[in-house]
Design a binder for this molecule. Sequence first.
Ligand code: SF4
Ligand code: SF4
Length: 321
Amino acid sequence: MKIPLPYSGGLILSYQCNLSCIHCLYNCRGNWKGWIEIEKVLDILKTLEKIPNFVSLHLTGGEPFINLPLLIEVVKICRNFEIPFFVETNCYWAKDKEKAEEILRRLKQNGLNSIMLSFSIFYVYKVPIKNFENAMEVSLKIFGPENVSFYTLNGYRLVKENNITETLSFEKSVEIIGQEKFVKFLGNYLVPKGKCLYTLERWFCKYSPEKFKGANCIAEFLNPHHIHIDLYGNYIPSFCSGITLGNYKKILEDRMFINDKILDFLTSDIYKFLLWAEGLGYKRKDGYINKCHLCLDIRKFLINKNFKFDSLKPEEFYINL
Ligand code: SF4
Ligand code: SF4
């Protein structure tokens, strides 16, 4: 099976984040240290530049603005390549408009032309809506409306319409918004993978493991529209987290998965993955939200039992999951 060359993707500068949102795909958090090395950024950009149809790169995390000096250096590198790029942020730094303007102007001067601002009910426990609004106003002024995107405007509107102006716990925010509206929002917003499969478990329907007989992940692994490369060089398919197809350079040159038992199961039949894991002591749950829940729960078990697989990276992802 040959991995197609990607069209677009993200560069994870770090998994460190000032927030630890309960829905975080990558289980990012403050105590996850480590930032990408500049030499690696250069090498990744040189590799991506050779891909004829690679048309969009996003600089992401974690929260890239935590390490502004590094972000500026990365932007300076990116501007020397032909690949259009933007940065994603949770806006925590936009405490007032002056501060926001100072930061965004520095980035603009060094070559940043586009930004994606994230906000939703999940951020409210630490980031007040004002920060998002400051970042929005200043970004529109500095980069122009065509170069500012939001993830998501609906997420912002839901908080705004319910007058949640200060920081507030997630539970209290849901109480104010109401469960019905929250569930409707979740359906359009959430990628049901990663940490949310545990933290938001009660909001989902569950199915017996037999439902996933014959399911596999070939479509996700071969999806060229949304890949990530992290600071460790892991090539991450689709929105999967804690799992890699291999080192980005090998993948983009050889276009082959690494030779790995987990990937063999996931490209054939996820139910066989379950049967195999049960042989190692894994206890199946009564129900799983989706195949990713089944996959993640088994992977978590394997890491906790100290099994080592080349595809199960970065291992820090599994801490406190
Ligand atoms: S702000 Fe984004 S990267 Fe940070 S914890 Fe929340 S979802 Fe994860
Ligand atoms: S089952 Fe696992 S590998 Fe497959 S798409 Fe879901 S998270 Fe990714």
